[in-house]
Design a protein around this ligand. Structure first.
Ligand SMILES: *Cc1c(COP(=O)(O)O)cnc(C)c1O
Length: 397
């Protein structure tokens, strides 16, 4: 057994991650891994991606100091403004990078899973830009709940396939997309939406999203002369958070905080806090922390924010948690709604309900954050998409 420990284990973060898939999924994953190594370091790929990120997506995104809130809180609150990107969230960073890879691999078709519809929209956008055919798998329940995003995808030429299996939500859409990929790998690339799933997706997605933290780190140094004391991001599958946190991992003095969705907060309520409340298990080809019952069956996740509604979490977060480098807190639905309203009123910025969870953690821990600290929050997306839903729960006078 000693020797087994010495075998190379690509795609593992400590004990977590890996590639727990049926053998017939290995060829497309291996082809993708080989393409990542061959194409992504090339000048053509890097220059094209840089140009697209700047001139199509709108990078770099600014850092905003929240002056009004900072006065109220007694420390400096900065936002990394991923809400200002094309399509309104960080997801385009990943979708455009994977779609470009697909194009340079000679693929003509991209597929994606989507829950709330945000990753589906980002992939449909990138596919339209590159002239690729696009098919988005979406739980039938989500197709009904997220009609405006379904319309956006269709407008941009994507085909949306309602998935009728299981709970008819995101986890079933991922299963269906993986199944489809097995039989269509010759012309199709699966554009995975978060830093989870089988190797190489967690690493690929992190590498495409780390532009967030790399920019933010340089901007904080240039703007304030030092690094932030806290860096905070909301965790669904974990892509915006790992993109923000990863470039700060080597900066020992910087506290890294991921915020999971706790749902309503009632005892035993459905939630999306896999690191805080889950157990180790295997889902979608990775060993990670999962919400599961005593028989190991995956439990339904639930959050006011559809984008955080995933029963698992990316393996790199589980690893950062296990070594104590990052801390993972919880924000509840009502706290996120309060933060949604508070940022809108004090700063004139309407945050996505997902990002509102990160803000809510900062607000609920304000008493513990030393005066004068610098707190950097990733504003992963804008909240216009959430307005109708949020207004069912908050009052406006
Ligand atoms: C999808 C989404 C998230 C959650 O996904 P991660 O992969 O955890 O980042 C967070 N914020 C916004 C705005 C989203 O659209």
């Amino acid at each position: 057994m000693k020797q087994l420990d010495k075998l190379p284990r690509p795609g593992y973060f400590g004990e977590f991650g890996g590639r727990y898939v049926p053998e017939i999924l290995l060829p497309p994953l291996t082809e993708l891994e080989e393409a990542i190594e061959r194409i992504m370091p090339s000048e053509e790929y890097r220059n094209t991606l840089r140009d697209l990120l700047e001139n199509y997506c709108g990078r770099e995104t600014p850092i905003t100091l929240c002056e009004n809130l900072s006065k109220e809180l007694g420390f400096e609150l900065y936002l990394k403004r991923e809400d200002l990107l094309h399509t309104g969230a960080h997801k385009i960073n990943n979708a455009i990078g994977q779609a470009l890879l697909a194009k340079m691999m000679g693929k003509t078709h991209v597929i994606a899973e989507t829950g709330a519809g945000q990753h589906g929209v980002a992939t449909a956008t990138a596919a339209a830009k590159f002239g690729l055919r696009c098919t988005v798998f979406m739980g039938a329940k989500d197709v009904e709940r997220q009609a405006p995003n379904v319309q956006r995808m269709k407008l941009m030429g994507a085909t949306v396939v309602p998935v009728q299996n299981g709970s008819c939500t995101l986890k079933d859409a991922i299963n269906e997309a993986l199944r489809y990929w097995i039989s269509h790998q010759h012309d199709t690339l699966y554009v995975f939406g978060t830093a989870a799933g089988p190797h190489p997706f967690p690493t690929l997605v992190r590498n495409l999203q780390k532009v967030i933290g790399t920019e933010a780190r340089a901007q904080m140094l240039a703007k304030t002369g030092s690094l932030p004391d806290y860096v905070v991001a909301a965790v669904g599958g974990g892509s915006n958070a790992i993109g923000m946190l990863y470039p700060f991992v080597g900066d020992e003095g910087v506290k890294l905080i991921g915020v999971e969705a706790g749902g309503t907060g009632e005892p035993g309520c459905e939630n999306s806090a896999a690191i805080n409340l889950g157990k180790p298990g295997i889902l979608h080809g990775e060993l990670t922390m999962l919400l599961q019952d005593e028989h190991g069956q995956i439990e339904e996740s639930s959050s006011i924010s559809a984008g955080l509604d995933y029963p698992g979490v990316g393996p790199e977060h589980v690893y950062l948690h296990s070594i104590g480098r990052a801390h993972y807190g919880i924000a509840y639905d009502q706290e996120a709604l309060d933060a949604f309203k508070r940022l809108s009123r004090t700063e004139g910025i309407i945050p996505a309900l997902e990002s509102s969870h990160a803000l809510a953690w900062v607000f609920s821990h304000a008493a513990e954050i030393p005066a004068g600290s610098k707190v950097l929050v990733n504003l992963s997306g804008r909240g216009d998409k959430d307005l109708a839903h949020a207004l069912q729960h908050i009052t406006l006078d």
